[in-house]
Write a protein of this length. Structure first.
Length: 426
């Protein structure tokens, strides 16, 4: 047991960490390009924060921790609720719109499988204080750019709007709790159960409208067809018009984007109030990113009513995908390994390595004192291009013998010229 991690919680090896860091770097670059400021929230939060509106699925899969005072804490299962709490408590007087980003680990007691772990990382963008469809479109466009900058070309989007179904149910007098249960069942593809949950609250007309909507998906013309179906339902019609406006904003910028409008699409988080979306890759069934609008969450946590829209990008899923397809990632290996073949060369080797590092060149010293041949073999295995050798001869001439393992050549270079030599040849 001491050699095992808890199921679904993985050690990350150097290659995995390099890929994960690459994804995080791209997400942070998107923050910079779009004007988002990164924040951090605690890994451990109060249970009540997520019981409020995170959804039935998440409520049942949280890691719960009793504290010494009898309160129940949890390892955060997602981050949007935490960001909404932060805005309600710390940024209530900040000028809007507020653009925040985060990169954080989350925990859910899911059944481990490819792309689904019990500890996983999300990178999110959250935009507070704006109801304009441009805000929703911005989140989609930023999401697109993350995948574009990671060279994941074959990405798709699924667009929907929970306000459409909520609009029909609400006009039939179905309360919010039953609406949540209906949408949760739809998210699980349990359509019959969804209608059972609302019981006799629906008229035949409403039931027929919802049945038709839940089967409707397609491009922009599907949205026009949905408007025709929804003509007797003004609240739902307004939500559908909002969806069409958002998609139109996206298509004006990215006309070639692959997407589908799916009116049977729901997400498991109960705090969504309007536009929702998922993003994935064509040859993978699960989504890699999801988000939507949640206009009531900040107010629910005691802040002033603040419209909001955002997304959570699945860093762990993208990492698994990039590793599976063998996407190239720049090596973090040092550029040069310095081999010591004389006891008197120890100090010189450390000095040379320090000088290289001060000039931005990654260097490592073979502190295990291998023979030169073994040091070269080690460098090959670790992807280190250069091996520098310092022995008695090099000490006398204030030089270092540099072997370029890529070009298969060897040069004796003065220590003073080493930095320029490596910079010119890296």
């Amino acid at each position: 047991m001491l050699l095992e991690t808890p199921r679904g919680m993985d050690d990350l090896l150097p290659e995995e960490v390099r890929v994960k860091r690459k994804i995080e770097d791209v997400i942070r670059e998107v923050y910079r390009l779009y004007g988002y400021e990164e924040v951090e929230t605690p890994t451990v939060e109060y249970l009540a924060l997520f019981e409020a509106k995170s959804g039935e699925e998440i409520r049942h899969r949280m890691y719960r921790i009793p504290d010494i005072h009898g309160r129940t804490l949890v390892l955060r299962p997602e981050v949007t609720a935490s960001i909404a709490r932060l805005v309600a408590s710390k940024l209530s007087k900040a000028p809007t719109p507020i653009r925040l980003g985060y990169i954080a680990d989350c925990y859910r007691y899911d059944e481990p499988q490819w792309g689904r772990r019990r500890r996983f990382w999300h990178g999110g963008l959250e935009l507070f204080g704006c109801t304009d469809p441009m805000a929703d479109a911005e989140i989609v466009l930023a999401s697109y750019d993350v995948f574009r900058m990671l060279n994941i070309a074959d990405t798709w989007f699924r667009f929907g709007h929970v306000g459409i179904v909520r609009g029909v149910l609400g006009e039939c007098g179905v309360g919010e709790r039953l609406q949540d249960m209906f949408l949760t069942a739809i998210d699980r593809k349990q359509v019959a159960e969804a209608f059972e949950r609302v019981g006799g609250a629906l008229s035949d007309e409403a039931a027929g409208t919802l049945q038709a909507l839940l089967q409707l998906r397609g491009d922009y013309t599907a949205g026009r067809k949905a408007l025709d179906i929804l003509s007797p339902w003004p609240t739902a019609s307004k939500a559908c018009e909002n969806l069409l406006e958002i998609v139109d904003e996206v298509l004006q910028v990215r006309p070639g984007i692959r997407y589908v409008m799916d009116f049977g699409f729901a997400r498991g988080l109960e705090y969504y109030t309007g536009f929702i979306f998922e993003q994935g890759v064509s040859d993978v069934e699960i989504s890699f990113n999801g988000g939507g609008r949640y206009d009531r969450l900040v107010g629910l946590f005691g802040g002033r009513e603040t419209p909001a829209v955002g997304c959570a990008i699945g860093i762990t899923r993208i990492m698994s995908y990039l590793l599976r397809v063998g996407a190239p990632v720049e090596s973090s290996a040092p550029k040069i390994l310095i081999s010591i073949v004389s006891d008197r060369a120890r100090g010189r080797a450390l000095h040379v390595a320090t000088t290289l590092r001060e000039n931005g060149i990654p260097a490592t010293v073979d502190v295990s004192r291998k023979r030169v041949g073994d040091a070269i073999e080690l460098a090959v295995k670790k992807g280190i291009r250069y091996v520098g050798v310092i022995g008695e001869r090099e000490l006398e001439s204030d030089s270092i013998t540099v072997r370029d393992l890529e070009k298969r050549r060897q040069d004796e270079i003065s220590v003073g010229r080493l930095v320029d030599h490596l910079k010119n040849n890296l």
